[in-house]
Design a protein around this ligand. Sequence first.
Ligand code: NAI
Length: 286
Amino acid sequence: RGKRAFIAGVADDNGYGWAIAKSLAAAGAEILLGTWVPALNIFESSLRRGKFDESRVLPDGSLMEITKVYPLDAVFDCPEDVPEDIRTNKRYAGSAKWTVQEVAESVKQDFGSIDIFVHSLANGPEVSKPLLQTSRYGYLQAISASSYSFISLLQHFVPIMNPGGCSISLTYIASERIIPGYGGGMSSAKAALESDTRVLAFEAGRKHKVRVNTISAGPLRSRAAKAIGFIDMMINYSIENAPLQKELSAEEVGNAAAFLASPLASAITGTVLYVDNGLQAMGVGV
Ligand code: NAI
Protein backbone atom coordinates (compact mmCIF):
# COMPACT_ATOMS: atom_id res chain seq x y z
CA ARG A 1 0.00 0.00 0.00
CA GLY A 2 1.00 3.63 -0.38
CA LYS A 3 2.29 5.68 2.50
CA ARG A 4 0.04 7.67 4.80
CA ALA A 5 1.01 11.22 5.81
CA PHE A 6 -0.29 13.52 8.53
CA ILE A 7 0.47 17.19 7.89
CA ALA A 8 -0.09 19.58 10.79
CA GLY A 9 -0.50 23.27 9.91
CA VAL A 10 -2.61 23.57 6.77
CA ALA A 11 -5.43 26.11 6.72
CA ASP A 12 -5.31 27.41 3.13
CA ASP A 13 -3.57 26.70 -0.18
CA ASN A 14 -0.82 29.32 0.15
CA GLY A 15 1.57 27.86 2.70
CA TYR A 16 4.30 25.24 2.80
CA GLY A 17 2.02 22.63 4.42
CA TRP A 18 -0.33 22.63 1.43
CA ALA A 19 2.58 22.36 -1.03
CA ILE A 20 4.09 19.49 0.94
CA ALA A 21 0.73 17.72 0.98
CA LYS A 22 0.56 18.07 -2.81
CA SER A 23 4.07 16.72 -3.41
CA LEU A 24 3.40 13.78 -1.10
CA ALA A 25 0.05 13.12 -2.81
CA ALA A 26 1.73 13.28 -6.22
CA ALA A 27 4.16 10.62 -4.98
CA GLY A 28 1.21 8.41 -4.03
CA ALA A 29 0.73 9.15 -0.32
CA GLU A 30 -2.64 9.30 1.41
CA ILE A 31 -3.15 12.75 2.96
CA LEU A 32 -4.48 13.56 6.45
CA LEU A 33 -4.38 17.17 7.64
CA GLY A 34 -4.32 18.85 11.04
CA THR A 35 -5.91 22.32 10.87
CA TRP A 36 -5.80 24.96 13.58
CA VAL A 37 -9.22 24.96 15.27
CA PRO A 38 -10.07 28.66 14.72
CA ALA A 39 -9.29 28.27 10.99
CA LEU A 40 -11.10 24.94 10.53
CA ASN A 41 -14.56 26.11 9.47
CA ILE A 42 -13.42 28.41 6.72
CA PHE A 43 -10.86 25.87 5.48
CA GLU A 44 -13.36 23.03 5.31
CA SER A 45 -16.09 25.12 3.70
CA SER A 46 -13.63 26.47 1.12
CA LEU A 47 -12.57 22.90 0.35
CA ARG A 48 -16.19 21.80 -0.03
CA ARG A 49 -17.10 24.77 -2.21
CA GLY A 50 -14.22 23.95 -4.57
CA LYS A 51 -12.28 27.12 -3.79
CA PHE A 52 -9.02 25.14 -3.74
CA ASP A 53 -9.77 22.93 -6.74
CA GLU A 54 -7.36 24.78 -9.02
CA SER A 55 -4.54 24.38 -6.53
CA ARG A 56 -5.45 20.74 -5.92
CA VAL A 57 -4.34 19.80 -9.44
CA LEU A 58 -1.43 17.34 -9.40
CA PRO A 59 1.17 16.95 -12.19
CA ASP A 60 -0.81 14.02 -13.71
CA GLY A 61 -3.94 16.19 -13.93
CA SER A 62 -5.82 14.50 -11.09
CA LEU A 63 -6.93 16.38 -7.96
CA MET A 64 -5.23 15.87 -4.60
CA GLU A 65 -7.57 13.92 -2.34
CA ILE A 66 -7.61 14.85 1.34
CA THR A 67 -8.83 11.80 3.22
CA LYS A 68 -9.58 13.59 6.48
CA VAL A 69 -9.08 16.96 8.15
CA TYR A 70 -8.59 16.92 11.95
CA PRO A 71 -9.06 20.00 14.10
CA LEU A 72 -5.84 20.63 16.05
CA ASP A 73 -4.45 23.13 18.48
CA ALA A 74 -0.83 22.17 19.01
CA VAL A 75 -0.32 24.33 22.10
CA PHE A 76 -2.52 21.99 24.16
CA ASP A 77 -1.32 18.45 24.85
CA CYS A 78 -4.42 16.99 26.51
CA PRO A 79 -7.94 18.11 27.54
CA GLU A 80 -6.78 18.93 31.10
CA ASP A 81 -4.48 21.60 29.63
CA VAL A 82 -7.27 23.59 27.99
CA PRO A 83 -8.27 26.68 29.97
CA GLU A 84 -11.93 27.60 30.43
CA ASP A 85 -11.87 30.63 28.13
CA ILE A 86 -10.62 28.51 25.20
CA ARG A 87 -12.97 25.60 25.90
CA THR A 88 -15.99 27.88 25.83
CA ASN A 89 -14.72 30.13 23.01
CA LYS A 90 -17.18 29.91 20.14
CA ARG A 91 -14.43 29.21 17.61
CA TYR A 92 -13.45 26.11 19.61
CA ALA A 93 -16.77 24.93 21.03
CA GLY A 94 -17.95 23.54 17.68
CA SER A 95 -15.01 21.12 17.42
CA ALA A 96 -13.98 18.24 19.64
CA LYS A 97 -10.83 16.20 20.37
CA TRP A 98 -8.37 18.74 19.04
CA THR A 99 -5.58 18.49 21.64
CA VAL A 100 -2.39 16.76 20.47
CA GLN A 101 -3.05 13.59 22.44
CA GLU A 102 -6.64 13.32 21.22
CA VAL A 103 -5.73 13.92 17.57
CA ALA A 104 -3.11 11.15 17.68
CA GLU A 105 -5.68 8.85 19.32
CA SER A 106 -8.26 9.67 16.62
CA VAL A 107 -5.76 9.02 13.81
CA LYS A 108 -4.86 5.71 15.45
CA GLN A 109 -8.52 4.76 15.70
CA ASP A 110 -9.29 5.82 12.13
CA PHE A 111 -6.22 4.51 10.32
CA GLY A 112 -4.02 2.50 12.72
CA SER A 113 -0.71 4.00 11.66
CA ILE A 114 1.06 6.66 9.60
CA ASP A 115 4.40 6.77 7.76
CA ILE A 116 5.10 10.48 7.42
CA PHE A 117 4.56 13.26 9.94
CA VAL A 118 4.93 16.89 8.86
CA HIS A 119 5.00 19.89 11.22
CA SER A 120 4.29 23.06 9.25
CA LEU A 121 3.12 25.47 11.91
CA ALA A 122 4.44 28.39 13.88
CA ASN A 123 3.02 31.22 15.90
CA GLY A 124 4.52 34.07 17.89
CA PRO A 125 2.18 36.77 19.20
CA GLU A 126 5.02 39.29 19.46
CA VAL A 127 6.81 38.42 16.19
CA SER A 128 6.81 42.05 15.12
CA LYS A 129 8.53 43.15 18.35
CA PRO A 130 12.35 43.14 18.56
CA LEU A 131 13.74 40.47 20.91
CA LEU A 132 14.93 43.23 23.20
CA GLN A 133 11.30 44.30 23.67
CA THR A 134 9.75 40.82 23.86
CA SER A 135 7.81 39.88 26.97
CA ARG A 136 8.27 36.61 28.85
CA TYR A 137 4.73 35.67 27.83
CA GLY A 138 5.34 36.36 24.13
CA TYR A 139 8.64 34.47 24.14
CA LEU A 140 7.17 31.42 25.86
CA GLN A 141 4.16 31.43 23.52
CA ALA A 142 6.47 31.47 20.49
CA ILE A 143 8.40 28.49 21.87
CA SER A 144 5.21 26.68 22.84
CA ALA A 145 3.49 27.01 19.45
CA SER A 146 6.56 26.76 17.23
CA SER A 147 8.99 24.40 19.00
CA TYR A 148 7.41 22.40 21.81
CA SER A 149 4.46 21.68 19.52
CA PHE A 150 6.83 19.56 17.43
CA ILE A 151 8.10 17.62 20.45
CA SER A 152 4.57 17.03 21.67
CA LEU A 153 3.23 15.97 18.28
CA LEU A 154 6.15 13.60 17.68
CA GLN A 155 5.81 12.22 21.20
CA HIS A 156 2.20 11.28 20.47
CA PHE A 157 2.56 10.26 16.81
CA VAL A 158 5.82 8.27 16.96
CA PRO A 159 4.11 5.29 18.63
CA ILE A 160 1.78 5.00 15.62
CA MET A 161 4.51 5.54 13.01
CA ASN A 162 5.68 2.57 11.00
CA PRO A 163 9.41 1.74 11.19
CA GLY A 164 11.24 3.52 8.37
CA GLY A 165 8.85 6.45 8.77
CA CYS A 166 9.97 10.03 8.77
CA SER A 167 9.09 13.40 10.19
CA ILE A 168 9.79 16.84 8.76
CA SER A 169 9.42 20.35 10.15
CA LEU A 170 9.99 23.80 8.66
CA THR A 171 12.59 26.19 10.00
CA TYR A 172 14.09 29.52 9.02
CA ILE A 173 17.64 30.94 8.76
CA ALA A 174 16.81 33.51 11.49
CA SER A 175 17.75 30.72 13.94
CA GLU A 176 21.43 31.13 13.11
CA ARG A 177 21.85 34.54 11.40
CA ILE A 178 20.45 37.93 12.35
CA ILE A 179 17.21 38.62 10.46
CA PRO A 180 15.88 41.94 11.79
CA GLY A 181 12.09 41.86 11.89
CA TYR A 182 11.78 38.17 12.83
CA GLY A 183 11.22 38.96 16.47
CA GLY A 184 9.18 37.97 19.49
CA GLY A 185 11.42 34.97 20.20
CA MET A 186 10.62 33.38 16.84
CA SER A 187 14.34 33.26 16.01
CA SER A 188 14.91 31.48 19.35
CA ALA A 189 12.02 29.11 18.62
CA LYS A 190 13.58 28.09 15.30
CA ALA A 191 16.97 27.58 16.99
CA ALA A 192 15.27 25.26 19.48
CA LEU A 193 13.47 23.42 16.68
CA GLU A 194 16.75 22.76 14.85
CA SER A 195 18.52 21.56 17.98
CA ASP A 196 15.55 19.36 18.88
CA THR A 197 15.68 17.89 15.35
CA ARG A 198 19.07 16.41 16.19
CA VAL A 199 18.16 15.05 19.62
CA LEU A 200 14.80 13.69 18.43
CA ALA A 201 16.52 12.06 15.42
CA PHE A 202 18.63 10.12 17.90
CA GLU A 203 15.76 9.18 20.20
CA ALA A 204 13.16 8.39 17.53
CA GLY A 205 15.79 6.65 15.39
CA ARG A 206 17.02 4.34 18.13
CA LYS A 207 13.60 3.59 19.56
CA HIS A 208 11.32 3.57 16.51
CA LYS A 209 13.55 3.65 13.38
CA VAL A 210 11.91 6.97 12.52
CA ARG A 211 13.95 9.73 10.81
CA VAL A 212 13.67 13.39 11.87
CA ASN A 213 14.73 16.26 9.61
CA THR A 214 13.94 19.93 9.19
CA ILE A 215 13.83 22.06 6.04
CA SER A 216 15.22 25.58 6.32
CA ALA A 217 13.04 27.25 3.73
CA GLY A 218 13.47 30.56 1.96
CA PRO A 219 10.80 33.27 2.06
CA LEU A 220 7.26 32.51 0.84
CA ARG A 221 4.25 34.85 0.78
CA SER A 222 2.10 32.64 3.07
CA ARG A 223 -0.61 33.84 5.39
CA ALA A 224 1.72 33.53 8.39
CA ALA A 225 4.55 35.35 6.61
CA LYS A 226 2.31 38.22 5.50
CA ALA A 227 1.32 38.71 9.13
CA ILE A 228 4.99 39.31 10.04
CA GLY A 229 5.03 42.26 7.65
CA PHE A 230 8.42 42.07 5.90
CA ILE A 231 7.91 39.19 3.50
CA ASP A 232 8.07 41.17 0.24
CA MET A 233 11.35 42.69 1.32
CA MET A 234 12.76 39.24 2.15
CA ILE A 235 11.64 37.83 -1.21
CA ASN A 236 13.22 40.72 -3.08
CA TYR A 237 16.41 40.44 -1.01
CA SER A 238 16.68 36.77 -1.93
CA ILE A 239 16.09 37.38 -5.64
CA GLU A 240 18.80 40.03 -5.61
CA ASN A 241 21.37 38.23 -3.50
CA ALA A 242 20.94 34.45 -3.68
CA PRO A 243 23.03 32.27 -6.02
CA LEU A 244 19.79 31.32 -7.81
CA GLN A 245 18.04 34.58 -8.69
CA LYS A 246 14.42 33.45 -8.84
CA GLU A 247 11.43 33.52 -6.56
CA LEU A 248 11.18 30.36 -4.46
CA SER A 249 7.99 28.40 -5.03
CA ALA A 250 6.25 26.44 -2.31
CA GLU A 251 6.35 23.45 -4.65
CA GLU A 252 10.17 23.39 -4.50
CA VAL A 253 9.94 22.97 -0.73
CA GLY A 254 7.18 20.38 -1.17
CA ASN A 255 9.38 18.38 -3.52
CA ALA A 256 12.31 18.47 -1.08
CA ALA A 257 9.95 17.19 1.62
CA ALA A 258 8.79 14.37 -0.66
CA PHE A 259 12.44 13.42 -1.21
CA LEU A 260 13.17 13.45 2.53
CA ALA A 261 10.09 11.30 3.14
CA SER A 262 11.06 8.79 0.46
CA PRO A 263 13.37 5.75 0.62
CA LEU A 264 15.86 7.82 -1.44
CA ALA A 265 16.63 9.61 1.86
CA SER A 266 16.80 6.47 4.00
CA ALA A 267 20.16 7.44 5.56
CA ILE A 268 19.31 11.10 6.14
CA THR A 269 18.27 12.04 9.67
CA GLY A 270 19.04 14.81 12.15
CA THR A 271 19.72 17.30 9.37
CA VAL A 272 18.76 20.86 8.45
CA LEU A 273 18.20 20.88 4.68
CA TYR A 274 18.34 24.34 3.07
CA VAL A 275 15.74 24.89 0.36
CA ASP A 276 16.34 28.60 -0.21
CA ASN A 277 17.93 29.11 -3.64
CA GLY A 278 21.28 28.99 -1.80
CA LEU A 279 20.86 32.26 0.09
CA GLN A 280 22.23 30.75 3.32
CA ALA A 281 25.63 30.22 1.69
CA MET A 282 26.18 33.92 0.94
CA GLY A 283 28.41 35.98 3.22
CA VAL A 284 27.65 39.35 1.67
CA GLY A 285 24.98 40.54 -0.73
CA VAL A 286 26.21 41.31 -4.26
P1 NAI B 1 0.97 29.13 6.96
O1 NAI B 1 0.16 30.27 7.45
O2 NAI B 1 0.54 28.45 5.71
O3 NAI B 1 1.14 28.00 8.05
C1 NAI B 1 1.16 28.19 9.44
C2 NAI B 1 0.01 27.37 10.00
O4 NAI B 1 0.14 27.23 11.41
C3 NAI B 1 -1.35 28.00 9.75
O5 NAI B 1 -2.16 27.07 9.04
C4 NAI B 1 -1.90 28.21 11.15
O6 NAI B 1 -3.29 28.01 11.21
C5 NAI B 1 -1.16 27.14 11.91
N1 NAI B 1 -1.12 27.29 13.37
C6 NAI B 1 -0.77 28.38 14.09
N2 NAI B 1 -0.86 28.13 15.40
C7 NAI B 1 -1.28 26.83 15.52
C8 NAI B 1 -1.58 25.99 16.63
N3 NAI B 1 -1.46 26.43 17.88
N4 NAI B 1 -1.99 24.73 16.39
C9 NAI B 1 -2.12 24.28 15.12
N5 NAI B 1 -1.86 25.03 14.03
C10 NAI B 1 -1.44 26.30 14.23
O7 NAI B 1 2.45 29.72 6.80
P2 NAI B 1 3.85 29.09 6.37
O8 NAI B 1 4.74 30.26 6.19
O9 NAI B 1 3.71 28.14 5.26
O10 NAI B 1 4.34 28.32 7.67
C11 NAI B 1 4.61 26.94 7.75
C12 NAI B 1 5.97 26.72 8.39
O11 NAI B 1 6.98 27.20 7.49
C13 NAI B 1 6.17 27.46 9.70
O12 NAI B 1 6.91 26.64 10.59
C14 NAI B 1 7.02 28.65 9.28
O13 NAI B 1 7.78 29.17 10.34
C15 NAI B 1 7.90 27.97 8.24
N6 NAI B 1 8.65 28.87 7.36
C16 NAI B 1 8.00 29.83 6.62
C17 NAI B 1 8.72 30.68 5.80
C18 NAI B 1 8.02 31.72 4.97
O14 NAI B 1 8.65 32.62 4.44
N7 NAI B 1 6.70 31.62 4.80
C19 NAI B 1 10.19 30.61 5.70
C20 NAI B 1 10.77 29.53 6.49
C21 NAI B 1 10.03 28.73 7.30
